[in-house]
Ligand binder design. Structure first.
Ligand SMILES: Cc1ncc(COP(=O)(O)O)c(C=O)c1O
Length: 385
């Protein structure tokens, strides 16, 4: 049997895969088993921040794997400490908890928000508001937080204590908070899986203001938008707000699994020994890898991300076959006249890998994608739409 048949036989059928067997890559190129070369505008769903087999990243991973791949959180190790220090210094947030995925980073934030509010205001203040069309993960609790009912349907009963409100409606949040049961609000500044939809700036500011005044924790889910993806280190920095808790994953590890929950001043001491944990969280190899990502996201690099983004927005907006272009930085959604899946298939045939999000084509190239590949990708997209 070939790989596809073996996959079909032995792996749970949760993914509707494209007809590509990927075997290797370099930078923003992926090679399949027939030797076909693709430009990668999916980057492992926004995880390969510096592309495939990036030399600095590989060196850090190899060195750490050779020295100490894992030891557990029962002992001190250097990589998570240095990574946490870098994250706190760059964001102004105060403490970090490391896990293995976006869903876990959000689970940690949810537990922290519940504990913070219950410690301070008692057990009746437990509710967490999220937004309609949001996506926060696939564990039962993060699924419950996700504001898209079709994800819930087969998996009831869900975790209680979540309410999903329309994005942009500040009155809905205020009304939900009236009975003093609201512990936190969790948002994505750009709803990625929801179709690359950016929240309105005034709304986000009003929300941060209201949460701040009422000691309701504002959690920003930066699993997809974080780590340079939008042209700022974190997407909330485009909105001029300071969240209480930030969660991130995907691009942080540059291709290895890691999740991080960052806590601000208010919530930095919410957990004590034993309140939370993770066997593989703060894994030294993942943390050493992530440090090479975070260290390189300086102002010059982020300005380049923005320049490439501007080129894509300018080249594709108003183009025949493209109805709308949304997103920020190198997280871009294209509403096309043709069905998005058809466009993605046509791009793939022409040697460009891209993604979908709801009814849109989604572009998430590596942040260091060279400009000449951005130009080539734009040409392929124009031909495909
Ligand atoms: C905004 C957001 N939150 C959470 C998740 C879940 O992350 P993971 O798949 O790493 O658990 C995702 C994944 O797409 C996401 O986009």
């Amino acid at each position: 049997m070939g790989i596809k048949e073996l996959d079909n036989e032995y792996l749970m059928s949760t993914y509707n895969r494209f007809d590509v067997v990927a075997v290797s890559g370099k930078g923003s190129y992926v090679f399949d088993k027939n030797g076909k070369k693709y430009i990668d505008f999916g980057s492992g769903i926004g995880t390969l921040s510096f592309g495939i087999a990036d030399e600095i990243w590989c060196e850090a991973v190899n060195n750490q794997a050779k020295n100490l791949a894992h030891i557990s959180n029962l002992y001190y190790t250097e990589p998570p400490v240095l990574l946490a220090e870098a994250l706190c210094k760059k964001t102004g947030l105060k403490k970090v908890f490391f896990s293995n995925s976006g869903a876990e980073a959000n689970e940690c934030a949810i537990k922290a928000a519940r504990k913070y509010s219950q410690d301070k205001y008692g057990v009746d203040r437990y509710k967490i508001a999220t937004l309609k069309n949001s996506f926060h993960g696939r564990t039962i609790t993060t699924l419950s937080a996700t504001g898209q009912e079709h994800y819930h349907e087969l998996f009831t009963p869900l975790t209680s204590g979540f309410v999903s409100l329309p994005a942009g409606d500040i009155e809905a949040i205020k009304s939900e908070a009236k009975d003093n049961s609201l512990a936190a609000v969790m948002i994505e500044c750009i709803q990625g899986e929801g179709g690359v939809v950016a929240l309105d700036g005034e709304y986000v500011k009003a929300l941060a203001d209201f949460c701040g005044k009422n000691d309701i924790l504002l959690i920003v889910d930066e699993v997809q938008t974080g780590n340079g993806r939008t042209g700022k280190l974190y997407a909330y920095m485009n909105y001029g707000i300071t969240p209480d808790i930030v969660t991130t994953a995907k691009g942080l590890g540059g291709g290895l699994p890691i999740g991080a929950t960052l806590f601000g001043e208010k919530s930095k001491d919410v957990f004590s020994f034993g309140d939370h944990g993770s066997t593989f969280g703060a894994n030294p190899v993942s943390c050493a890898a992530a440090k090479t990502v975070i260290d390189r996201l300086d102002d010059d690099f982020l300005a380049e991300v923005k320049r490439k983004s501007d080129y894509i927005f300018n080249s594709l907006s108003g183009e025949k076959g493209i109805v709308e272009i949304s997103g920020m930085g190198l997280m871009i959604g294209l509403k096309t006249e043709k069905d998005a899946k058809e466009v993605v298939a046509s791009c793939m045939e022409k040697g460009l890998l891209c993604l979908t999000a709801k009814d849109k084509v989604r572009l998430l190239p590596a942040l260091n994608v060279p400009f000449y590949l951005v130009r080539q990708a734009v040409e392929i997209i124009k031909q495909s739409v």
